[in-house]
Design a binder for this molecule. Structure first.
Ligand SMILES: Cc1cc2nc3c(=O)[nH]c(=O)nc-3n(C[C@H](O)[C@H](O)[C@H](O)COP(=O)(O)OP(=O)(O)OC[C@H]3O[C@@H](n4cnc5c(N)ncnc54)[C@H](O)[C@@H]3O)c2cc1C
Length: 303
């Protein structure tokens, strides 16, 4: 079986930062990534809270992260991790291409979009329902769209969509956004953005493609419709941790628990980034977790 000092699972901001720190510390480091290195920021329109860079596209920032890890000779492999286990006291990663034993492992597989679960959502994915403004916004040039959610991602992506769409409704279950004030203020000043407060989506309907959403006011129970051709879902995330089973302790549906040095409940297994049980999931926190996890892995391997 292939044997490595450190295996990092996932090449988003957390995994790429961990790779950079681990290589600089002299560890034999292998990064396993199922897709393109960069993680969620690859589909992020603009990032303006990565310190030292006033504004960057997500794609540019992702490329900088990847190039920086590669500069220090981190080794990358494109493969999907299917299972993580401790066998005879050894940490084993099972990938779609075979097994790897590692002295230390960093779990950095991030998170994916939560689905709303309303009628029509599944049926219209790719036919008007989207989870990625950067990927699909240009298909809605001069059309009306609805964004579902009220956090930073929902409001930022609504601003991005307004460059293309005629009108952008933001359907939110509360009467104010959860987004940071600077983000919410920007949306408030945007004439194309129309908040629909106290409302939830009941159904997405259409004939082959999306033609509208039926919404319910949670205060009055009144039902109404919005004539839109696009529905962008930004209602939270779920951890990419199904492959982990019970190898490490997790809470509330698989968010992985760690101490402040990113140590999980299992010796030699560390965690970093959005997949961790934490209350702030951003590029800067993922990167910071990655640095800590790498240094903890270094200490574990060397002592
Ligand atoms: C639309 C959008 C806008 C955002 N805007 C901002 C913003 O403005 N500012 C900000 O700071 N943050 C923003 N974020 C959040 C930020 O992108 C995340 O917090 C950050 O990317 C988390 O990094 P991560 O490395 O923990 O996980 P991720 O970025 O999710 O990366 C995880 C990686 O692991 C890989 N992976 C998953 N499972 C497996 C497996 N089984 N095997 C192999 N590889 C696997 C994935 O392919 C992915 O590349 C935004 C996110 C989105 C989606």
């Amino acid at each position: 079986m292939e044997q490595r000092e450190l295996v990092i699972i996932g090449a988003g901001p957390a995994g790429l930062t961990a790779a950079l720190y681990a290589k600089r510390a002299g560890l034999d480091t292998l990064v396993l990534e199922k897709g393109k290195a960069g993680g969620q920021i690859l589909i992020t329109s603009e990032i303006e809270n990565w310190p030292g860079t006033i504004e960057s596209t997500g794609a540019d920032l992702a490329e900088n992260f990847r190039a920086h890890a590669e500069h220090f000779k981190a080794e990358f492999r494109t493969t999907t991790v299917r299972k993580l286990e401790v066998r005879d006291g050894k940490n084993i990663v099972t990938t779609s291409d075979g097994e790897i034993e590692a002295k230390a492992i960093i779990i950095a597989t991030g998170a994916s979009f939560r689905h709303l679960g309303c009628k029509g959502e599944k049926e219209f994915i790719g036919k008007g329902v989207s989870f990625c403004a950067v990927c699909d916004a240009n298909m809605f040039e001069e059309l009306d769209v609805a964004v579902i959610g009220g956090g930073n991602t929902a409001v930022e992506e609504a601003c991005y969509l307004s460059r293309f769409a005629e009108k952008v409704y933001i359907v939110h279950r509360r009467d104010e956004f959860r987004a940071d004030k600077v983000v919410a203020d920007r949306a408030a000043k945007n004439p194309k953005i129309i908040p629909v407060w106290d409302s939830v989506v009941d159904e997405i309907y259409g004939d082959g493609i999306v033609e509208g959403v039926r919404i319910k006011n949670v205060k009055t129970n009144e039902m109404s419709t919005l004539d839109v051709n696009g529905v962008f879902m930004f209602v939270g995330t779920v951890p990419n941790a199904a492959y982990i089973n019970d190898v490490v302790e997790s809470v509330n549906g698989n968010w992985i628990k760690a101490d402040c040095d990113m140590r999980t409940s299992t010796p030699g297994i560390f965690v970093a980034g959005d997949v961790r049980d934490t209350n702030l999931r951003q590029v800067v926190t993922a990167a910071a977790d990655g640095a800590r996890a790498a240094m903890s892995a270094y200490a574990y391997i060397n002592h």
